[in-house]
Every structure is written in structure tokens, then in C-alpha cells.
Design a protein around this ligand. Structure first.
Ligand code: SF4
Length: 391
């Protein structure tokens, strides 16, 4: 099967800003503390060049309906640098008028001046990495901000006109109790952001937490307690009117994150900046992880992708990944969309899995709802086992 790109097809853009003030103790993302202003400047210059070099390959073919500036900590960049990045984006790409344009931010590096600039350059969605509303837990996580910074940044964002805000929260953190989680969830519900992401702590290799865990000194909640935290938080968020639309994501009506939905729907996205991943019409690529290589490649006028990471999904892989990611959405796998995309029905494609699917259904982990195959609430607890059956 060859994937064809049609003129005017939609595209999401992801732009990576790999700088942070300090490395959080759990962080496995590609982000570096300790870079100075000179490094921010050479990265911004290279990023603008990388963006503008996309001109011929992408601009005419795609219409951009989502942009996501992630990191790292994009709010560490000055207003002027963000303006330059957006100047390059809007000169290069055909960005739709009603595109969803998000930037991630850390509550302690947001200022009213930055927020005003964000609005002026077209950012219409603000994602704030709060993680907890408890200073003790923020300290455990190694975050640089305090709860007061979240409140101050949130209030400033509202005052300046942001009407689409996401707040990230975490559970399953060392020394965190169920009451601590629920207290943070309730405080955030009271603020009333349009979107809330709720992630369980993952112990990633090469992090301080991982090393402490291996040495037996990290006291993480038991799995049963961690699952209770999740289910109680989900239930509070639903009662407060948030739709639980993806395992870790909740939105008020009409406010699902359109950019992240692209990842779960196997739609096209182009990653720009250090380490960013792209998926275009079945082809996967990735920008190099090394800052030195990135700057050298861009400054030599080349695409800074790592050829070793290039791949093309076979139809079988594409179907597996589609099912894997679609099961993350509470809506589940759309049987009609599956057949339309791949030209074969889901149950015909997975006939060899019929017994396993039936077993999960009989035990109440999977269910059919109309034309959708969905994880149940209990199924979410073993979601990685179920999802990995398809890849
Ligand atoms: S702010 Fe985010 S990206 Fe930066 S170190 Fe902390 S978790 Fe990692």
C-alpha cells in the first residue's frame, strides 16, 4: 500500500523547545537545564531556518490546523524569540484561521508580557505544567515552581484573554496520598480550565527517580493505591463536567486537544526542532537528539533528521498502531473508520485475535458500543496489555 498525500490535506505542527531551568527528578523528556542566552539565540536562529527550509516540501501540500509548541519549557524563551519563531511558521506554512495553537508553559516563567505576546502572535491555547497544587509534592518532583505561581499565572492568562487553558496534573508521586491527589484535582476543578491532563508518574530510565527506585529508596504508592487515585480523580472530573475522552485527558464541551488527537488518530504531523518526531502519510522520521549535530545540519542547509530513524509503516504496522492509539481514546476504535482507511474490516484483519478479544470482552475489559470497540474502566487498568496485542 502506498500512502498518497492529497493537496490541501491537514497537518499538525509540533515545535520542540528543549530548554528547562532545572531538570525535574522524574523527567525523561529531551530537555536541558543550564543553557545560557547565547544558546537560546543559536537554537532560535536554527529553528527558524529549519522551519523556513520546509517551504517547498510542505507549504503547498498541507493546510495546518494545529500547532503545538512543546518542550522543555517554551515559556523560558523571550517574547522576541517566540515572535521570530511564529514569524517563520506563518511565512512558511498555510496556517488555517481557526487553527488550534498551543504553547506549553511553566507557571514560574510566564509573565503578563509573555502572555500578551502569545495572544498577539496567534497562540490561542495555553498548557500549564502545574503537576500538583501542593508545594510539598512539587518539591518532591523537583519542580521549580510553587502553587502560588500556578494561581498567579492562571489568573494572568484569564485576564489577558486566554479562554482555552489546559492544566497538567500528576498522580502516583512518591509521598503522595489519595487525599493529596484529590485536593489538587479539586483545586484545579475550582479554577475551571477548559482541559485537564492527569498523568500517572512513569519511572523513566536516566532520571533521578529511576536511580532512587533501583536503589530501593524511592517510596512510590502501591499499584492498588495508584489505581484508586486514578479512578477517584476520573470520577471527580466527570462529576465536574469534564468529558473523559482519552485515558489521561479530560475536556469541557468542544475543548478536546485537537493536536493531541492527531497522535491518537494516526493523522499527519510534522515535528520541528531537536528530537521532534514526524508522521506523514505512513512515513516516520525524527530530528536528531544532539544539539551540536542539529545546529551543524541546519546551518549547512540540510534537514536535521536522523536517517537511522526513518521508517515506513507497513499496512500491518499501520493497522496495529491505529488500534493501539485509538484504544487510548475512550471512544475507542471506530470500526467504520478502520475499514475505510485500510480496506479490510477490523474483525477480518484480527481473526487470529478473535479468542483474545472475546476473552477480554467476557471479562469486562473490552466492550462494543455501537460501531466502537472500547476499553472499559477496568480495562484501562490493564490497557498496555490489551493494546499491545495489536502491535
Ligand atoms: S519542566 Fe518538564 S521538560 Fe522541563 S525538566 Fe521538568 S518535566 Fe522535564
Amino acid at each position: 500500500m502506498k500512502y498518497n498525500v492529497r493537496m490541501g490535506e491537514k497537518l499538525g505542527l509540533y515545535v520542540h523547545i528543549p530548554f528547562c531551568e532545572k531538570k525535574c527528578r522524574y523527567c525523561g523528556f529531551l530537555s536541558f537545564p543550564g543553557y545560557d542566552d547565547e544558546a537560546y539565540e543559536s537554537y532560535t536562529r536554527a529553528l527558524c531556518k529549519e522551519i523556513e527550509n520546509c517551504n517547498e516540501e510542505f507549504a503547498a501540500k498541507y493546510s495546518v490546523d494545529t500547532v503545538f509548541i512543546g518542550g522543555g519549557t517554551p515559556s523560558l524563551l523571550s517574547e522576541e524569540r517566540m515572535e521570530r519563531i511564529f514569524g517563520s511558521l506563518s511565512r512558511t506554512f498555510n496556517i488555517e484561521k481557526d487553527a488550534e495553537i498551543t504553547t506549553e508553559s511553566n507557571p514560574n516563567s510566564i509573565t503578563p508580557e509573555k502572555l500578551k505576546t502569545y495572544r498577539e502572535i496567534g497562540i490561542n491555547r495555553l498548557s500549564m505544567g502545574a503537576q500538583s497544587m501542593d508545594d510539598r509534592i512539587l518539591n518532591t518532583l523537583g519542580r521549580v515552581h510553587k502553587t502560588a505561581d500556578v494561581l498567579r499565572a492562571y489568573e494572568a492568562a484569564r485576564r489577558i484573554g486566554f479562554d482555552n487553558i489546559n492544566i497538567d496534573l500528576m498522580f502516583g508521586v512518591p509521598e503522595q496520598s489519595l487525599e493529596d491527589v484529590m485536593d489538587s484535582v479539586e483545586q484545579v476543578i475550582k479554577l475551571g480550565p477548559e482541559h485537564i491532563s492527569l498523568y500517572g508518574l512513569q519511572l523513566e530510565e536516566d532520571t533521578i527517580f529511576y536511580e532512587e527506585y533501583k536503589s530501593g529508596i524511592l517510596d512510590v504508592p502501591e499499584e492498588i493505591e495508584e489505581r484508586r487515585m486514578y479512578h477517584e480523580a476520573v470520577s471527580a472530573l466527570k462529576i465536574a463536567g469534564y468529558e473523559h475522552y482519552e485515558i489521561s485527558n479530560f475536556a469541557l464541551f468542544g475543548r478536546k486537544c485537537r493536536h493531541n488527537l492527531k497522535y491518537w488518530q494516526l493523522d499527519n504531523y510534522l515535528g520541528l526542532g531537536l528530537g521532534a518526531h514526524s508522521y506523514i502519510a505512513g512515513s516516520r522520521s525524527k530530528v536528531v537528539d544532539s544539539m551540536e549535530d542539529y545546529l551543524a545540519l541546519v546551518n549547512a542547509g540540510r534537514r536535521p533528521t536522523d536517517p537511522k530513524a526513518d521508517s515506513f509503516d507497513s499496512p500491518k504496522d499501520a493497522m496495529g498502531i491505529y488500534v493501539f492509539t485509538a484504544l487510548r481514546k475512550t471512544e475507542g476504535v471506530d470500526m467504520e473508520d478502520f475499514e475505510r482507511r485500510f480496506g479490510i474490516s477490523f474483525f477480518a484483519q484480527y481473526r487470529d485475535k478473535a479468542d483474545i478479544i472475546k476473552e477480554y470482552m467476557d471479562s469486562g475489559m473490552l466492550k462494543m458500543s455501537g460501531r466502537f470497540l472500547q476499553l472499559t474502566e477496568e480495562g484501562i487498568d490493564i490497557s498496555s496489555d490489551i493494546m499491545s496485542e495489536f502491535v
